[in-house]
Design a protein around this ligand. Structure first.
Ligand SMILES: *Cc1c(COP(=O)(O)O)cnc(C)c1O
Length: 361
């Protein structure tokens, strides 16, 4: 028997999520993690939580939701946590869409979006990025139909690092029907320095159809534990809570998140190092590849198109793992200063003025 007939035929055509590669001994700049280890107190909190792992976690995630709500200045009823914000994006799709409904997003953007749309039975409407690698909000507004139930704005955008300014989001939101949810995926919010790129929760979070998605995976250093959260209107939050897989924020994740969120100053200090390094790496790369867009995230984007895979191989041969998207570009996470130096040295052999002439220009 062909066991493929046991599962949905449309899944065969769906590209799998490709994680950043880990190669023992190599520098990993492929998954947008912050390189400094867990925040102080996280390991202790996990050790303590370990003694209770024969029990189910608090299903209501009460302490953590309260802490997040307090930090953000919103009512706890507006907060839902999940197994990473990726899971919450999927829960939102299941909350908003029936088969045949549309999910609208820019492309290229976060590679989880097409998978989420397809597995929820919604139709993906992908609006190409501008030539400057940013969301084309005007074209996105025009692509909204009466079947659009969910719009995903990734700000800053993974993998291009580009960001949306306050005035442009404002104009976009006023053009979107009141019964369409607009998700502001702000996974990289803590790395934003441009004052025109405002905090989506502060600026737009009180609008009924806006949902803000955040994560503890990046700036807060908990990628391995899977904790994300959203802030929505209480009715939307309650609906999402119904589709969340029960107990999907584990007791270890809850304890570690509580500890991490108590380390705001240290988180800020670490992010500031990453931000300074981002600017340094960007300033060097634009000398070799002027098209590299400015980034407001903890990674940079090299629009190398059909040279993307080859560039990834060149870096890997020099011990640095980056994240190529075939035919499109390469995303490189900002690491420690030493890691970034290793990356720049590898990149220079391919892009720099005295590059190895065996590589095509
Ligand atoms: C990394 C990332 C997330 C966060 O994923 P988690 O599931 O919370 O680890 C969400 N959105 C975007 C755009 C990301 O790049």
């Amino acid at each position: 028997m062909d066991t493929r007939s046991l599962t949905r035929p449309d899944l065969a055509a769906l590209p799998a999520y490709i994680p950043g590669r880990s190669v023992p001994g190599a520098i990993k700049l492929a998954s947008n993690e912050v390189p400094f280890g867990p925040l102080p107190g996280v390991i202790e909190a996990l050790t303590e939580a370990a003694a209770g792992v024969h029990r189910y976690p608090d299903m209501g995630v009460v302490a953590l939701k309260n802490k997040i709500a307090q930090r953000l200045g919103v009512a706890p009823e507006r907060v839902v946590t999940g197994c990473g914000s990726v899971a919450l994006a999927e829960h939102l799709a299941r909350t908003a869409c029936l088969p045949g409904d549309q999910i609208l997003y820019s492309w290229r953007s976060f590679e989880a979006y097409p998978i989420i749309a397809a597995t929820t039975g919604a139709e993906s409407i992908k609006v190409p990025n501008t030539p400057e690698h940013a969301h084309d909000l005007k074209a996105m507004a025009q692509a909204v139909t009466d079947r659009t139930r969910l719009i995903l704005l990734c700000n800053p955008n993974n993998p291009t690092g580009t960001s949306l300014r306050h005035a442009d989001i404002e104009e976009f939101l006023s053009s979107v029907p009141a019964d369409t949810i607009v998700v502001l995926d702000e996974a990289y919010r803590e790395f934003v320095t441009d004052p025109d790129v405002t905090d989506g929760l502060l600026a737009f979070g009180d609008r009924p159809n806006v949902v803000v998605l955040r994560t503890l995976s990046k700036a807060w250093g908990l990628a391995g534990l899977r904790v994300g959260y959203l802030v929505a209107q209480p009715d939307v939050a309650a609906a999402v809570s119904k589709v969340v897989t029960p107990f999907s924020t584990s007791s270890a994740a809850q304890a570690a998140a509580m500890a991490a969120l108590s380390q705001e100053a240290e988180m800020r200090r670490r992010c500031d190092i990453v931000i300074a390094e981002r600017e340094r790496v960007h300033a060097t790369l634009v000398k070799w590849l002027p098209e590299v867009p400015a980034s407001q995230a903890n990674f940079v984007w090299l629009p190398l198109r059909d040279r993307a895979v080859e560039f990834g191989q060149v870096c890997e041969m020099q011990g640095v793992i980056v994240r190529p998207f075939a035919g499109d570009g390469v995303r490189v996470t900002i690491g420690t200063p030493e890691e970034n130096d290793a990356f720049l040295a590898a990149a220079e052999t391919y892009l720099g003025p005295e590059r190895d002439q065996s590589h095509p220009a």
